[in-house]
Design a binder for this molecule. Structure first.
Ligand SMILES: NC(=O)C1=CN([C@@H]2O[C@H](COP(=O)(O)OP(=O)(O)OC[C@H]3O[C@@H](n4cnc5c(N)ncnc54)[C@H](O)[C@@H]3O)[C@@H](O)[C@H]2O)[C@@H](O)CC1
Ligand SMILES: [K+]
Length: 472
């Protein structure tokens, strides 16, 4: 599992280590690690421009500049903040780094020339001390870079919100060199795309106890998968009740049920309108049609209204079983249930849901968070990066998954994901783990369905079983 930590926890962990070290030692470690990566990425005749801002991020960059100049690279330092880390600047100039001030206004000619010639740019404008966005005079900075310049961000791409919540103008990097601990922006959509390749340099700061953001990997699927044992039967493995599909959209039921059965669960009980039931039975003869005992419910994919059985739905919502609410069932809840509940909206559905509930945020992490808090439910926000946001009261980390190819943006894909997650919840996993492993499985199954190419949702569903075998 990949873990990122809140900025407050990172600061506290760094301070604790600093107290045990000589002053400045931690920055020296960061700068040396950064310089080693930069050296490995630069040519023999490396022409390097270091962008140094006011804070310690600029200090890291300037000390790294000193190391690179000592290795005979040609290094220019553009001092772009209102202040400069004076000791780091002195160390850099002592090794032959050429400083150029560009603290505001138009770019000085010498700075523009250095940037146009640089094949390596080190972005030390701001790090974890930053508010989102770039200073006005640097907004068009990338226009000054040579096309083939390799950009290394120090700790994080400058301009990115360190906590990964607010999307802002930032300097896109080819590689981000961070120190010991990942920060939320490295894993969340508002920052991750700007990071490029993420490289972690160990400066000896131990992980705090509780991560703010986690990402599940294949090894987590191996560890957590609800694999049956010799004493299991179909009931002990778990039964999933599914109410999906409608007269207008019966295909959603076929896709979700196919995915659930192929993912592996003791049994699926399906309840839906006549046409959908006939289609589901026709393509998935393993299911049982009609009500009965189940361990979890999946509702809503392909609904056109309330799924045709409002009394039953009300009963389920009052019940103590875990429920996955997808698509048309997202509108069912107005207040928290007393049992685990996972909502699986895409961005448009989240917006509609948050507006219906009269909440102050409607998008991204803040939108998912207010919905999760209002409904006491986990919100799995689907997208190129899929997030799972728990209610604040759980104090649990956000989950951020980027497993699927973009080919998964196709009709029926969400119905398949809901079926996979439903199967995992019925098998006994908590909604967070089921959501995260479901997203992992969805991505892996898409890859198996057609490596590197377009996929249809039914093929993704059919590949679930093989994908599970790969995890195990
Ligand atoms: N704290 C530590 O123990 C360590 C910190 N390190 C480095 O120090 C960085 C954090 O340093 P700081 O706390 O000094 O903070 P930063 O260097 O991130 O920036 C703070 C400075 O930037 C200004 N600023 C804030 N937002 C801005 C914006 N949007 N545009 C332009 N300027 C802005 C502030 O006025 C302040 O002067 C880390 O990201 C890392 O690179 C490393 O040296 C490792 C050890
Ligand atoms: K930076």
């Amino acid at each position: 599992m990949i873990r990122a930590f809140s900025i407050d926890d990172v600061r506290a962990a760094e301070e604790a280590v600093k107290r045990e070290l000589e002053p400045g030692e931690l920055m020296q470690r960061a700068a040396l690690g950064l310089a080693e990566v930069a050296r490995a990425r630069s040519d023999e005749d490396g022409r390097v421009v270091v962008l140094a801002g006011s804070g310690d991020n600029g200090g890291d960059a300037l000390y790294a500049a000193a190391h690179l100049a000592r290795l005979d690279l040609n290094v220019v330092a553009l001092l772009v903040g209102s202040r400069t880390h004076e000791e780091a600047l002195a160390a850099a100039t002592a090794e032959g780094v050429v400083p150029i001030e560009w603290r505001s206004g138009k770019v000085p000619a010498a700075a523009a020339e250095a940037l146009a010639e640089a094949n390596l740019v080190i972005d030390g404008i701001v790090g974890i001390g930053a508010s989102p966005g770039l200073p006005k005079h640097l907004e068009n900075l990338p226009d000054l870079f040579a096309n083939d310049a390799y950009v290394i961000a120090v700790d994080l791409p400058s301009g990115v919100d360190p906590s990964g919540v607010v999307a802002a103008d930032c300097l896109y990097a080819d590689e981000t060199v961070t120190f010991s601990l990942l920060k939320p922006c490295h894993l969340l959509p508002a920052g991750e795309a700007a990071c490029g390749q993420l490289t972690v340099v160990d400066i000896g700061v131990p992980e705090p106890d509780s991560p703010a953001v986690v990402r599940y990997e294949a090894s987590d699927a191996t560890r957590l998968w609800p694999t049956p044992g010799a004493f299991d039967d179909k009931y002990s493995r778990g039964v999933l009740g599914v109410m999906t599909g409608s007269e207008s959209y019966p295909g959603a039921a076929v896709l979700g049920v196919t995915a659930a059965v192929t993912t592996g669960v003791g049994m699926v009980r399906y309840i839906g309108p006549r046409r959908a039931t006939d289609l589901v039975l026709g393509s998935v003869p393993e299911i049982v049609s009609g009500p009965g005992r189940v361990q979890a419910w999946l509702l809503g994919s392909g609904w056109d209204g309330h799924g045709g059985a409002p009394e039953l739905v009300d009963e389920l919502l009052d019940d103590i079983l875990p429920i996955v609410l997808d698509a048309g069932a997202l509108d069912l809840l107005d207040e928290p249930r007393s049992a685990p509940t996972l909502l699986t909206p895409h961005a448009g559905e989240l917006k509609r849901l948050a507006q219906r509930l009269g909440l102050e945020h409607t998008q991204g992490v803040p939108g998912a968070r207010v919905v999760a808090d209002a409904l006491g439910a986990h919100v799995l926000l689907k997208g190129a990066t899929t997030l799972i946001v728990p209610p604040s009261s759980t104090r649990g980390p956000l989950v951020s998954q980027t497993d699927g190819p973009a080919w998964l943006a196709t009709a029926g894909s969400g119905d398949v994901l809901a079926g996979m997650i439903g199967a995992l919840v019925a098998s006994g996993l908590g909604v967070t783990e089921a959501g995260a492993l479901g997203v992992l499985l969805h991505g892996r199954a898409a890859h198996l369905a057609n490596p590197g190419g377009p996929v249809r949702a039914l093929d993704v569903a059919r590949c679930a079983g093989r994908a599970v075998a790969e995890f195990l």
